[in-house]
Design a protein around this ligand. Structure first.
Ligand code: FE2
Length: 187
């Protein structure tokens, strides 16, 4: 085993520990744990036939919530969990994984501008955090977002994210995705 693969496996062990540590408390809409929410989001991506990099992004998209100190976003401060998570992962994953994570909050702001029905169906928690995150994009912001080809994957992730908050839904656990993640990590 090379030193690099040991690093990769140690990092995957760290992710396993984070998921295990956050799999109890119902932190998302009072219905599902943060770990369960990300597992559901990954399952949604896989069911949609998404490519591995996007399944990984879905699986890890909110990991930034576990890496910052302080109060939850919805209470008073936007901790920019999307940036925190992407920065944490970039040592091991390429931008095809980290960029959709970094942009998934922007994608929410974008969809609220472009699709009134998306905003109307936002979960209460997502509505509460929206204003902290800047509210719906302006027309100019939305046009600039669309001009970046990376927005397509970020928007796809955001849709799986919104449908990943079901109470009691049984989906594969973190270890199911370990081979997929290892295949994406830098060798
Ligand atoms: Fe999420």
């Amino acid at each position: 085993m090379s030193i690099r693969s040991e690093d990769a496996n140690a990092f995957l062990d760290r992710l396993t520990g984070l998921f295990a540590a956050h799999d109890g408390k119902l932190e998302v809409e009072g219905r599902v744990s943060n770990a369960g929410h990300m597992l559901q989001t990954a399952a949604n991506a896989e069911s949609a036939g998404a490519e591995p990099c996007l399944i990984a992004a879905a699986l890890l998209h909110d990991i930034g919530h576990w890496l910052r100190a302080g109060t939850p976003d919805a209470q008073c401060v936007d901790h920019r969990h999307e940036s925190v998570g992407a920065a944490f992962l970039k040592a091991h994953f390429d931008t095809d994984v980290t960029q959709p994570i970094a942009l998934h909050v922007a994608a929410k702001r974008y969809l609220c501008t472009r699709e009134p029905e998306y905003f109307a169906n936002l979960s209460p928690g997502s509505v509460a955090s929206l204003s902290l995150q800047g509210g719906p994009m302006s027309e100019a912001e939305a046009a600039a977002f669309e001009a970046d080809s990376a927005h397509v994957h970020a928007v796809a992730l955001r849709r799986w994210d919104e449908y990943g908050k079901m109470s009691g839904l049984q989906v594969p656990g973190f270890e199911y995705y370990r081979p997929l993640l290892r295949g994406l990590m830098r060798a």
